[in-house]
Design a protein around this ligand. Structure first.
Ligand code: ADP
Ligand code: MG
Length: 740
């Protein structure tokens, strides 16, 4: 840190801090008084709620000591906090030259508890001197043989005499996270408390509440300074809850307000391509489909065409689980654009998928006068020239392709609708590029309608928030004839029976996928590779079956050939990497065997499973994993990452509901990872849990959008503080403007 930067650290002037500690605080993200106010306690010590040791002991006592399991140690999972005094410190050796520290504490209630430390013995010995007051937090064990409560490595906090006075006066004191770096610099918990107290005393009286008063009153919230004071130095634990509610609302309200303002200002000036809903080609196609559209499909088509006829450009996200029938919805909307005299395009993330869309659209349009053209990266020069000419002249009504579609060499002819399939594979810049090309192709620079489709079902509140400026349509219903996919976790030693099952299915005329996580052999991860296993499977397991191979290292036409051949039933089994994850449709395939399934993410597993169950036959998904997982699958104390993979596998067995799976995924990984931090545009919320705070998100969003509806520029004098705070908080709003 330079001297210049050091000078501007305001916290250094707080009593007892100084420049060096201010620097340490800054490295923890605590630079301004506001940062300190937002350094939310991770818990509280409430002397009045802390049990006495004898009261705690009473909760453990068993009625019958002769009971056979009375000799076992009882484990309480709930954490308790005690306030006590160190009565005795003893070192005891165990094992080979090792010592542990036994610390006996008492609290005048007539009972004592023992704290046991195996590590950092010297440190604890120094800190826990005889007569020292301490606050102890941890989950105690109870040993009935000695009628003793023990804590193994509890969290320890020394309490000075002044603190004891506060405790005796019934105060509830905050606990803050103290990092190793802070501790080393002498920034103890006590010090942090006094820094926060100082900041509160200096700032709260002059603090203005940025929330519009009407909402504070309507929801019965505390004002901001009360909330912050209660958050740090609460008068009761109940008021901590109210304070948190208010702060949660505040951070959500301003985030949604930013989205609302942005949406409003973005929408107003742009002119979209005007269309009519009537589409003879779409009507004819619907009449000739071998199935009925689901109610959900009809509803989203209605929502989309309403946008397309509104005069402003559509900006819509279409969410629908794997197999919910998004493609036909996309095609019907494209036909509507075409019947209005415009071009329409659909962009897929891989050439295989583009090829499949192209083939199925061509088939569906074969009896019409419409032309469908394919534009992908790997085309030969002559073909590409021809394709580009067809697009530029408007001869091509519908264009299907990949990334190649937003290169600037492509000239569209009245592009009215651009659809992006599997949007999570595309960046926002690419969407913006498509839009720009569309504008250039239209009279008066009118913007094309934009529809992005996603099979990653994210909980609705999260999509409202993450894609705040997109409208969202959801296909929340699968076609009726779908048979549920039977899903089973299997272990590597039991794979033979799975292979036998695959043989049976093939004998009945069905096909199977076998998926591996990596292409190249990686010794480090000991993962099975598709290439290696393709060879050994063919040789040892399925010598009489026809097998194909598909992986990411192949050239695009090799992949296409493999897929096309599988679709044409030239193979019984397709061995593949996750390339098959996205969108490919082979209705005759009924078995999905995923090897090293513990390596895959939940949404990936769900997408992979979605490759089967697309036809009339019952389908099966096997998740193969290591044998030792069998013994861990019901144990809670497995290492955390292992626990997460176990939860993923179990979730897959339990449900095929994509939204349920997405919620579990979100809980396991957090929104940043689920959506991709770069794309999600979500700030780090301090108070909000995006998984569980659904009602609050909805409330804040409704209020913020209503406010902007009434007063788009927040010009009313009463909103001056709200507007100022919004600008301060989101001065870098462009960072949150990633979604085109
Ligand atoms: P996804 O939403 O995963 O992209 P697709 O659009 O590929 O799903 O549809 C999956 C399969 O379901 C396709 O074979 C499609 O023809 C079929 N399908 C779509 N809509 C219906 C429906 N309403 N009833 C029956 N089958 C349908
Ligand atoms: Mg699809």
């Amino acid at each position: 840190m330079s001297d210049e930067e050091r000078k501007i650290l305001p916290l250094q002037y707080v009593k007892g801090v100084g420049p060096r500690r201010a620097e340490v605080l800054a490295s923890e993200g605590l630079v301004t008084p506001e940062d300190v106010l937002m350094y939310v306690p991770r818990g509280y010590v409430d002397r009045s709620a802390a049990p006495s040791i004898s009261a705690l002991l009473a909760t453990f006592r068993k009625p019958n000591l002769w009971n056979s399991d009375a000799a076992t140690i009882t484990k309480v999972t709930a954490e308790v906090t005690l306030v006590a005094v160190v009565a005795d410190v003893r070192e005891q050796s165990y094992g080979k030259g090792r010592t542990m520290l036994l610390v006996v504490v008492s609290d005048g209630s007539g009972a004592s508890a023992t704290l046991i430390f195996w590590n950092m013995v010297a440190y604890y010995k120094r800190v826990l001197a005889h007569g020292q007051h301490v606050v102890i937090s941890g989950a105690p064990d109870f040993d009935p043989r000695w009628n003793q409560i023990t804590f193994h490595h509890p969290e320890i906090e020394r309490v000075e005499e002044e603190d004891m006075e506060q405790y005796r006066a019934g105060a509830i004191l905050p606990k803050y996270t103290i990092t190793q770096g802070m501790r080393t610099a002498g920034l103890t918990l006590r010090m942090m408390r006094s820094i926060v107290e100082h900041v509160i005393d200096r700032t709260l009286d002059t603090m203005v509440d940025p929330l519009p008063e009407v909402y504070v009153r309507q929801h019965g919230f505390m004002d901001r300074s009360t909330a912050l004071r209660e958050l740090h130095f609460p008068s009761s634990l109940a008021s901590v809850r109210s304070a948190r509610e208010r702060m949660k609302y505040e951070e959500l309200f301003f985030f949604e307000l930013m989205l609302a303002v942005r949406k409003r200002t973005q929408r107003v000036p742009e002119l979209g391509v005007p269309m009519q809903a009537k589409s003879p080609h779409a009507r004819a196609l619907v009449d000739n489909l071998p199935f009925e559209l689901t109610a959900a499909q009809r509803r989203v088509i209605h929502e989309i065409t309403r946008d397309m006829t509104s005069g402003t450009p559509m900006n819509r996200l279409l969410q629908g689980d794997v197999g919910s029938g998004k493609t036909i919805v996309a095609l019907l909307c494209m036909l509507c654009a075409v019947d209005n005299g415009y071009q329409a395009l659909i962009m897929a993330p891989t050439e295989i998928l583009a090829e499949q869309h192209f083939n199925s659209i061509k088939r569906l349009l074969q009896d019409t006068d419409l032309q469908c053209t394919q534009l992908v990266g790997g085309q030969r020069k002559a073909l590409r020239t021809k394709v580009l000419a067809e697009i530029a002249s408007g001869e091509a009504n519908i264009i299907v392709g990949t990334h190649a579609m937003f290169e600037s060499s492509v000239q569209y002819h009245k592009l009215g609708l651009a659809i992006i399939d599997e949007q999570h594979r595309f960046g926002v810049e690419q969407r913006a590029a498509l839009r720009r090309l569309g504008c250039e192709s239209n009279e008066g620079g009118k913007a094309p309608h934009l529809l992005v489709m996603s099979a990653t079902p994210i909980p609705r509140t999260l999509s409202m928030t993450a894609y705040g400026d997109l409208d969202v349509s959801v296909i929340d219903e699968l076609p009726k004839d779908r048979k549920p996919i039977v899903t089973k976790v299997v272990y590597e030693s039991g794979l033979d029976s799975v292979h036998a099952f695959v043989r049976e299915q093939v004998a009945e005329g069905r096909q199977a996928y076998i998926v591996y996580p990596l292409v190249e052999r990686s010794e480090k991860l000991e993962l099975k590779s598709a290439v290696e296993h393709f060879e050994s499977l063919q040789r040892d397991v399925y010598p009489t079956l026809k097998m194909g191979l598909l992986h990411g290292q192949q050239l695009w036409y090799e992949k296409e050939d493999a897929m096309r051949d599988f679709l044409a039933r030239k193979y019984d089994i397709l061995v593949a990497t996750t390339v098959v994850e996205v969108g490919i449709d082979v209705p005759n395939a009924t078995v999905m065997l995923i090897e090293n399934a513990e390596r895959f993410g939940l949404s990936q597993l769900h997408q992979l499973r979605g490759r089967v169950g697309r036809g009339e036959h019952g389908s099966f998904c096997f998740l193969a994993t290591k044998d030792h997982f069998k013994y861990q699958i019901n144990r809670k104390n497995a290492a955390e990452d292992r626990a997460a993979s176990i939860i993923r596998l179990k979730t897959m067995e339990e449900t095929t509901d994509g939204f349920r799976i997405a919620e579990v995924d979100l809980a396991l990984r957090g929104p940043g990872d689920v959506l991709g931090t770069r794309q999600s545009g979500l700030p780090d919320f301090v108070f909000t849990d995006l998984v569980s705070d659904t009602p609050m998100i909805a409330r804040a969003r409704q209020d913020a959008f209503a406010l902007v509806d009434r007063d788009p520029h927040l010009r009313h004098p009463d909103l001056a503080r709200t507007r100022a705070y919004l600008q301060r908080r989101y001065h870098n709003a462009h960072e949150y403007m990633r979604i085109a």
